[in-house]
Ligand binder design. Structure first.
Ligand code: ZN
Length: 211
């Protein structure tokens, strides 16, 4: 590379860096945890086994009460602190022991509940490529949402940003190993729903990788 080329590259890098919004910076993963991200430590996890190579990303949605956004009920659920009488629909779910690795809220903010190096309890009875018990080898990301309400742009951006970091850190999560909960438990689950724009998500994911 000539000096001139070096200068050009350096200048273009500087330009790109200065014009990047916060969501274009990489998310750093250390010891299974995202750095500079809100953590709420769930006890609903189990250790991974040495043979459980992390090789799948599962995208979900959740809203509590169903169709309502905001508030802390999702975190309460994943921490085992949801009270049955907080809403008429909670009596059936308050005792569930479920979790996910991360939640991406409507504004794009992330909360992490379980280390990626442990199993979160998100997939339930499930199967991917003839392998059952997807919790063993997957990472579960919840989008705050429901099957028929469009997701926010901030959520697509943050999900793609998070996906890039996860794929860098866990390279067995190839693009073909990113699925919806509906794909691994089709008789039980519909999330992230027909409204989730897979082509758009995959497009901005690729754009982040080439930029
Ligand atoms: Zn799900």
């Amino acid at each position: 590379m000539s000096l001139t080329d070096k200068n050009k590259a350096s200048n273009s890098n500087n330009l790109r860096a200065s014009s990047q919004p916060e969501t274009d910076k990489s998310l750093i993963i250390k010891n299974g945890w995202l750095q500079k991200i809100e953590q709420q430590l769930s006890t609903f996890f189990s250790p991974r086994q040495p043979q459980d190579n992390i090789s799948l990303l599962v995208i979900h949605n959740i809203s509590l009460p169903a169709g309502s956004f905001g508030g802390n009920y999702i975190t309460d659920l994943f921490l085992g602190q949801l009270t049955a009488d907080a809403h008429p629909t909670f009596s059936d779910i308050a005792q569930l022991q479920v979790s996910a690795h991360c939640l991406i809220r409507r504004d794009g903010s992330i909360i992490q509940y379980v280390s990626f190096n442990n199993k979160a309890w998100h997939a339930g009875v499930s199967c991917f490529n003839n392998r059952e018990k997807c919790n063993d080898f997957s990472i579960g990301i919840e989008l705050e949402g429901s099957d028929d309400i469009p997701y926010e742009e901030a959520q697509y951006q943050q999900l793609s940003r998070l996906t890039v970091s996860l794929q860098q850190h866990y390279p067995l999560i190839t693009n073909e190993h990113i699925v919806g909960h509906c794909d691994i438990a089709p008789s039980r689950k519909t999330d992230p729903g027909h409204i989730f724009n897979w082509p758009y998500y995959r497009r901005i994911l690729q754009q982040r990788k080439v930029n």
